[in-house]
Design a binder for this molecule. Structure first.
Ligand code: ZN
Length: 133
């Protein structure tokens, strides 16, 4: 893994959260994107070399809505940038981690993404992401 690509925060209302985080960081988000297949609306902030992704579920079935119903708003996942997501998935499976989607999906921000089950990572949802060339 190369670096933390972003930290994902689950929010109930992305418009309200955008305002709050814009005032926290002193600048607005640079992108809003809906990932229809995942049932989420996302927005991204750049803070120095790091990114923060806000996620709002677009339906009650969305993983984000379910997360909020169970745990409330807050940090949802940590995303790590990888060079080759397929190789990394194979490596992590061999190491005993549970990969939620063995075939990477198209995520927000022009990335291929896959998640590791938090049960295999001390309760932290880990996202692997690779830039789509
Ligand atoms: Zn993410």
């Amino acid at each position: 893994m190369k670096k933390i690509e972003h930290i994902g925060i689950a929010v109930k209302n992305i418009e309200t959260a955008n305002k709050l985080f814009a005032s926290l960081f002193g600048k607005p988000h640079y992108k809003i994107e809906e990932v229809i297949s995942e049932g989420v609306k996302t927005s991204f902030f750049e803070v120095g070399p790091n990114k923060i992704e806000l996620l709002e579920g677009t339906s009650a079935q969305s993983p984000i809505s379910k997360f909020i119903a169970k745990k409330g708003e807050g940090i949802h996942h940590i995303a790590f940038l990888v060079d080759d997501i397929y190789t990394e998935i194979e490596r992590l499976k061999k190491e005993g981690f549970t990969v939620l989607s063995e075939t990477p999906k198209k995520g927000a921000d022009n990335k291929k993404v896959a998640f590791l089950h938090p049960k295999s990572t001390n309760g932290v949802l880990i996202e692997l992401c690779q830039e789509i060339a």
